[in-house]
Design a protein around this ligand. Structure first.
Ligand code: NAD
Ligand code: MG
Length: 393
């Protein structure tokens, strides 16, 4: 029996996780659910999944949830605030933590899960981008187990030898190939990028996802963040990580070996596959995903990414080269830019311009602690806000 905390339970990954656990009540017990500010969907999850604990970061929302939980006689303790998330991630009675909060907000509770030696199922890629070295060191030092949920990284994990120890050369690996769908604007004429609306950017051709990661997919910053994520997860230098566009999203990523073998993981684009894989690893369980019908899929095509169309991808490689401080600035500036774009206050094609400007003003060097990472994150957000204010003036 695995006992779970789900961080980001009300989100897309959180709900997919609960969909899988519900299929196997004999294997999984949901102990704690945590989210940001929406109390109504959290109440509904409490009714259905009966967790012992539920937490919301927003105090007012948590108070409303606490009241309703009491009125309905649910046996659930409601907590509030950021610290509560870290507490639920480190509960003694929990062995497995799904880290599916979006953005930098997920870093502290995800680190807390690693520090408590849990099995960490990592969807929150921003945490690794912000503090990859620190996070991997924490996992090692505290004997935590890290399993990737991001479909590409889960595919790479499945395509690497069992017990892979972070040394590409020792495993005989030549390259890691991350596939990218190219998002909704893969073939759109470049001159139309200026007028792209938030809803157009969020209409991903193959995946249903939260709005932030959907915009990241449209700019291909998502793939840039994933290159950095692969670097930390698999100990791979940037020169050994390549991106290939694959519009059908059936091949989820590949590993190329010295002898010329290329091993890939395939499947329908449905996050319940990597979630089920990581939940039950090393066993296999049903996920609810329909079987892949290769004949119906028809052609699988591949092409090189165009960094003129997707400058964010190149910005991410540059940040990886420049070091941890630049990666923090890249991520923070991107979060600010995407939030402003989604609010209707920034043009789609200005997202990379803002990010490049913020990263260029960043101090360089390694990052030793969570406090330092959070300080650099805050500094980059201030730069981004000033850039946006100058633009508006
Ligand atoms: P989502 O927007 O659907 O859900 C986000 C969750 O985070 C919600 O539960 C929300 O309450 C919570 N949250 C938001 N802000 C918060 C804050 N400040 N503090 C605490 N909680 C907060 O997003 P999603 O699509 O589920 O993505 C979640 C993470 O998983 C992201 O890091 C994303 O990059 C990653 N991911 C998602 C997919 C996918 O298919 N959706 C695939 C790969 C990786
Ligand atoms: Mg992905």
């Amino acid at each position: 029996m695995r006992n779970l905390t789900i961080l980001g339970a009300t989100g897309t990954i959180g709900r997919n996780t609960l969909d899988v656990t519900m299929r196997h009540p004999d294997r999984f017990r949901v102990v704690a659910l945590a989210g940001g500010s929406r109390w109504e969907p959290m109440l509904e999850l409490c009714r259905v999944h009966r967790p012992r604990y539920a937490a919301l970061v927003a105090p007012d929302a948590a108070a409303l949830l606490r009241e309703r939980v009491k009125v309905e006689g649910l046996d659930c303790q409601v907590l509030a605030g950021e610290r509560a998330l870290a507490e639920l991630a480190a509960l003694d009675e929990v062995d497995t933590v799904m880290a599916a909060i979006v953005g930098a907000a997920g870093l502290a509770p995800t680190l807390a899960a690693a520090r408590a030696g849990k099995r960490v199922l990592l969807a929150n890629k921003e945490a690794l981008v912000m503090a990859g070295g620190l996070f991997m060191e924490t996992v090692r030092r505290h004997g935590a187990e890290l399993l990737p949920i991001d479909s590409e990284h889960n595919a790479v994990f499945q395509s690497l030898p069992a017990g892979y120890d972070g040394e590409l050369r020792r495993a005989g690996v030549r390259r890691i190939l991350l596939t990218a769908s190219g998002g909704p604007f893969r073939t759109m004429p470049l001159e139309r990028f200026a007028a792209v609306t938030p809803d157009e950017a969020c209409a991903h051709p193959n995946w249903v996802m939260g709005r932030k990661i959907s915009v990241d997919s449209a700019t291909m910053m998502n793939k840039g963040l994933e290159v950095i994520e692969a670097h930390w997860l698999f100990g791979a230098p940037a020169s050994h990580i390549e991106v290939v566009i694959h519009p059908q999203s059936v091949v989820h990523s590949l590993v190329e070996y010295e002898d010329g073998s290329v091993i890939a993981q395939l499947g329908n684009p449905d996050m319940r596959t990597p979630i089920a894989h990581a939940l039950s690893y090393p066993e296999r369980i049903a996920s609810g995903v329909s079987p892949l019908d290769l004949a119906a899929a028809g052609g699988l095509t591949f092409e090189k990414p165009d960094t003129r169309r997707f400058p964010c991808l190149a910005l991410a490689y540059d940040a990886l080269d420049a070091g941890q401080a630049a990666m923090i600035a890249l991520n923070a500036a991107n979060e600010c830019a995407v939030a402003r774009f989604l609010a209707g206050g920034l043009r789609f094609d200005h997202i990379p311009i803002l990010i490049e400007a913020v990263v260029a003003r960043t101090e360089s060097g390694p990052v030793q602690s969570l406090d330092e990472a959070l300080r650099l994150d805050a500094a980059a957000r201030r730069e981004a806000t000033q850039w946006l204010e100058r633009r508006a003036a």
